[in-house]
Design a protein around this ligand. Structure first.
Ligand code: AMP
Length: 274
């Protein structure tokens, strides 16, 4: 396994792969790797001859400086994790490598002012900037994204449609713990008590959605969702949306439940298919 920090070296290796006719799968991450990331890596290794993963904590997508500082980092463990799971290249660039002085920013224009875009202004601009740059540098055949970050997945779908016609996006289902919570790098920031509370919350959410009439329209269902979430502490959103276009139209059959809640200062997001 190679650990590469600069674009020139990276492209030398990637070009050598391409010369040999190898297909390249790419998994973008911010590190602190877990079984959710593993699922993306495994899928890429099954689909391609070579798999590259990037580890880059993209400051531009943090609308809160403290959140950026507090984001979990565990370099050595990540290297071992990738090695164990057959990654060929780890690309771990510096911010200067990704955003040189002459870099021109782009903006996201999709799925604006809803869900995470409403509560983390500028977050998805940061996401599309880093991905636009990484996709241009790596030029993989396929790229793997988790459904865990569903709004991000939809935005990336549009970015690829508009700018990278030769790149194939592969969505990967959310990996959950046995108790049902979505695995996330941020889970490591929870205390034991917060984790127990979060697991009970998730169980109650599942109970709540299993008892709903799946034919109900989203307006009706969201009134019930509002009632349900009232008694819980801090949250940004907790609502059903159409899984195709993230609108509030249609019935529960074609929806997902989206939430962003806080356990102290840790913000946790999930989306659940009905
Ligand atoms: P992150 O390192 O959090 O930026 O995530 C990198 C990629 O892993 C994104 O495409 C995420 O959607 C995906 N991912 C994170 N957690 C999970 C999970 N529990 N199941 C599946 N994919 C995940």
């Amino acid at each position: 396994m190679l650990i590469i920090k600069d674009i020139y070296n990276l492209q030398t290796y990637l070009n050598a792969y391409r010369d040999k006719g190898y297909s390249i799968g790419y998994v973008p991450t911010m590190g602190a790797l877990h079984e959710g990331h593993r699922s993306l890596i495994e899928k890429s290794c099954n689909d391609n001859q070579k798999t590259i993963i990037s580890i880059f904590i993209n400051e531009k997508q943090f609308n809160d400086a403290q959140d950026f500082e507090a984001y979990p980092r565990n370099k050595g463990d990540d290297y071992n994790f990738c090695d164990k799971h057959n990654v060929d290249i780890i690309f771990e660039p510096s911010a200067e490598e990704i955003y040189p002085k002459e870099y021109k920013s782009i903006q996201n224009s999709h799925f604006k002012n809803i869900l995470c875009d409403q509560y983390r202004p500028g977050h998805f601009d940061g996401v599309v900037n880093v991905l636009n740059r990484l996709f241009n540098i790596i030029e993989s055949n396929k790229v793997y994204f988790g459904e865990k970050d569903f709004q991000q997945l939809k935005i990336v779908e549009n970015l690829i449609k508009e700018n990278f016609p030769n790149l194939k996006l592969v969505p990967v289902s959310t990996v959950r713990s046995t108790e049902g919570i979505a695995l996330s790098s941020r889970n490591s920031k929870l205390s034991k008590k917060q984790m127990t509370d979060f697991i009970s919350f998730q169980k109650e959410v599942i109970q709540f959605i299993t008892h709903l009439d799946k034919k109900a329209d989203l307006i009706e269902a969201n009134k019930k969702a509002e009632e349900f979430i009232k008694s819980y502490e801090k949250f940004d959103y907790f609502e059903f949306r159409n899984a195709t276009n993230l609108s509030l139209e249609g019935s529960l059959v074609e929806a997902r439940l989206f939430y962003a809640i806080y356990k102290s200062s840790v913000r946790l997001i999930d989306n659940i298919r009905l």
